[in-house]
Design a protein around this ligand. Structure first.
Ligand code: MG
Length: 501
């Protein structure tokens, strides 16, 4: 039996190697490639992806999984082999459920839709995009049928990004979160003038910003011998393997937080990747437990660490070093308040910690209603705007700052948005548990001592790779499922202090 397992391992490590090659092509596309190379690169990537898909979904893979499955489970639930087989079977079953002609149709529809979305957004013309959205919803319904579900087709899609999560499970969590956030937002908006972020706006040399962010992520524990940072339009992290995890950042000359917090966010993802055990390299156990758990790592470092007062005390001397003269008269408390300023925004990616989750809840409500046929595509923009008024008291003047702002739906991705909020909730749960195990950890960043924090995350989250479904991982390591209270307690304590209520 061990022989069959070795055969399976060899096969899947080859699949991982092909995926790694595709990731390099895609990283280069976003970081280095001249614009003229776009079409050829897209063709090259799709050929490499087809190779990987064909090898992975071949009958031989399935036979090897079936042959080893019982033997592996017999070695104990937590064993490498049992975990390996669970992850491999899950991926294989999903991949086999989608017929090749359907995958082709899905991919052709979305590549055209991305283009159409870009144009529709530029012209703020939702009507121009709506036929594409209808088609994408229809394809997603069919996808859900291929994958199978019990209650809502949304569950089948959500499960791709957050294994085990369901719409019915998320609804009460999200409602409790919204109920907790709305009064907080009212308190903050009533004191809108109390906090200024002028000190982090202005004119900041972009090469100096880049050098600063390299210094920050190295201090947090990002290993430059197994990764590198570059610049791209949209910051992202990509794992070529456990030993090469790349990040990118984006500098804005007149707004310093874009690069600092973009880098810290991606560094949080990358620390997860670099913290994956080497024996998981090129196996189905590499990568995060789910997108939500992955996002909990990026948000933990970006917000809970990076936007804390102790971190600002550590950061201020670095700002003075990289931007001589600019921060001489600023103190750490002023920096802390500036990087935490909260104000309603039309745009999700610009939203602060308080407002961000309501942007997600709005998208969750709309995409579930669209998919289940409770909301018509033509009525969606007005529904969106009504929710913006309800949540934030503001109304988008045009579709580009409303329903057309995100790329996700045009990519064919429905059921992804909730993972952002799950990440925020889990990050606060991790902070709470960390405080029990490592009392006083929140003060460590002031001295630049990040290693104990990273060590805790390595032990409880990173070292597990994809061994467990996210719900199982949280139960094992935190002793609880996803919860709203830790996040609400954290955000209320922080913002009542900053805004004085
Ligand atoms: Mg992220």
């Amino acid at each position: 039996m061990e022989e069959k397992f070795l055969e399976l391992k060899k096969r899947l490590s080859e699949v991982s190697a092909i995926n790694s090659a595709a990731a390099v092509l895609s990283w280069d596309q976003q970081v280095n490639m001249p614009t003229g190379g776009a079409e050829d690169r897209a063709a090259a990537i799709s050929v490499v992806e087809e190779l990987s898909h064909a090898k992975f979904t071949a009958d031989e893979t399935g036979s090897l999984i079936t042959a080893c499955y019982g033997w592996a489970q017999g070695l104990g639930e937590d064993s490498f082999e049992a975990s390996y087989l669970r992850a491999a079977r899950r991926d294989y079953d999903i991949a086999r459920k989608l017929p090749a002609d359907f995958v082709g149709e899905f991919s052709r529809t979305t590549s055209a839709a991305i283009d159409a979305w870009g144009k529709a957004r530029a012209n703020s013309d939702f009507k121009a995009f709506s036929p594409r959205l209808r088609k994408i919803l229809d394809l997603n319904l069919r996808k859900a049928q291929f994958l199978g579900y019990k209650d809502s087709p949304y569950d089948a899609l959500l499960d791709l990004y957050e294994p085990g999560a369901t719409k019915a499970g998320l609804e009460p969590v999200f409602k409790k979160l919204a109920d907790g956030l709305k009064p907080l937002i009212k308190e903050i908006n009533a004191r809108a003038g109390a906090v200024s972020n002028d000190i982090i706006k202005g004119d900041f040399d972009e090469d100096a910003q880049f050098a600063l962010t390299n210094e920050i992520v190295a201090a947090l524990g990002y290993d430059f011998s197994r990764g590198r940072q570059d610049r791209s339009t949209h910051p992202f992290t990509t794992d070529f393997s456990v030993n090469d995890v790349r990040i990118t950042t984006r500098t804005e000359r007149d707004y310093l937080p874009a690069s600092i917090y973009g880098s810290i966010h991606e560094c949080g993802h990358a620390l997860y990747g670099q913290g994956t055990p080497r024996e998981f390299n090129f196996t189905p156990l590499a990568g995060g437990a789910s997108l939500g758990v992955h996002e909990s790592q990026s948000r933990f470092w970006e917000n809970i660490v990076g936007r804390s007062l102790p971190f600002c005390r550590w950061l201020l001397p670095l700002l003075r070093k990289h931007f001589p003269g600019k921060f001489d008269k600023v103190n750490a408390e002023e920096l802390y308040v500036a990087v935490n300023r909260s104000a309603p925004s039309m745009i999700r990616v610009e939203a602060d910690e308080v407002n961000y989750n309501l942007h997600i809840l709005l998208r969750f409500e709309i995409e579930t209603a669209l998919l289940e046929g409770r909301l018509k595509v033509e009525d969606a923009p007005e529904y969106w705007n009504a929710k913006m008024r309800e949540f934030f008291g503001i109304t988008p003047a045009k579709a580009s700052e409303g329903i057309l702002q995100d790329i996700h739906w045009s990519l064919g991705v429905i059921g992804y948005f909730p993972t952002y909020t799950l990440g925020n909730l889990i990050s606060a749960q991790l902070a709470e548990k960390m405080a029990k195990d490592l009392p006083g950890w929140k003060e460590l960043p002031e001295k630049g001592e990040f290693a104990p924090i990273l060590g805790w995350l390595r032990k409880h989250i990173h070292s597990q790779g994809r061994k467990y479904l996210p719900g199982q991982l949280l139960q094992r390591e935190l002793g609880e499922p996803v919860k709203v209270e830790p996040f609400l307690n954290y955000i209320k304590a922080k913002y009542s202090g900053i805004y004085g209520f």
